[in-house]
Design a protein around this ligand. Structure first.
Ligand SMILES: N[C@@H](CCC(=O)N[C@@H](CS)C(=O)NCC(=O)O)C(=O)O
Length: 231
């Protein structure tokens, strides 16, 4: 994907799974005012994506976008593709914030989401264990979380809090508008605000509230349907 200007054009289709990272893409498209259509997919009772999603992404995960002949998965790749191709200079960091934009854009899926998902799975395993052995499984899962997951989740939360303090409650890259880093970080922060809200600092909580109040975010939410991670 070296030169997005050579990609064929067409109205974007967002393959959107309920309660998922694809909400990021709806927020971005709404902020940029790019026309798109949504094709909705419902999670199975086991919380997986339905098999039909494999027609557009063999890995079977969301989000995916179709833009003419381009089918693109991975939310980070999608965010960068849309900003490069349709941003017209918007959603770009100021020079002083380029490194932070780069770091948080990649830290989101590269290291924070795996910690969050593993932590979430320990809760699901506990909830779905037969009640007779649930206390022991719950105890072991809590130990696993405390030893292997929560220390790093806390450090991520402290780093983002520090960054948001540095930019005085603004956007991660320190500019006038959200950039890729914000579109990527929103999902793990929303997840943490449900799973471990006590990890999030005051500026991070304000940041989330500010995003949730944005008209573009609200429009994406209405179009995307039920989403448990935002009010
Ligand atoms: N790193 C990928 C992760 C994609 C992913 O795991 N998506 C979840 C939704 S949040 C999914 O499709 N889960 C359903 C499944 O794994 O079947 C991305 O950022 O797009």
């Amino acid at each position: 994907m070296a030169d997005t200007n050579n990609f064929p054009s067409g109205k974007i289709i967002v393959h959107h799974l309920n309660n998922s990272r694809s909400q990021r893409i709806l927020w971005l498209l709404e902020e940029l005012g790019v026309p798109y259509e949504i094709k909705k997919y419902q999670r199975t009772p086991g919380l997986l994506a339905p098999e039909e999603l494999e027609a557009v992404n063999p890995i079977g995960t969301a989000p995916v976008i179709t833009d003419g002949s381009v089918n693109l998965a991975e939310s980070g790749a999608i965010v960068e593709y849309i900003i490069r191709k349709y941003g017209n200079g918007r959603a770009r960091p100021p020079a002083s914030g380029e490194v932070d934009d780069l770091y948080y854009t990649h830290a989101s899926e590269g290291s924070l989401m795996p910690l969050f998902v593993n932590s979430y799975i320990t809760h699901i395993i506990t909830e779905r264990t037969p009640w007779l052995i649930r206390p022991i499984v719950g105890f072991l899962m809590a130990k696993l979380r405390a030893k292997a997951l929560e220390p790093r989740l806390r450090t991520h939360a402290q780093m983002i809090e520090q960054r948001l303090t540095e930019v005085d409650g603004g956007w991660i890259a320190g500019g006038e508008q959200p950039t890729a880093a914000d579109y990527m970080m929103i999902f793990p922060l929303e997840g943490m605000s449900m799973l471990c809200p006590e990890f999030l600092g005051i500026n991070t909580q304000r940041y989330l509230r500010r995003i949730h109040e944005r008209p573009a975010y609200r429009r994406g939410l209405e179009l995307g349907g039920k989403y448990d991670y935002a009010p």
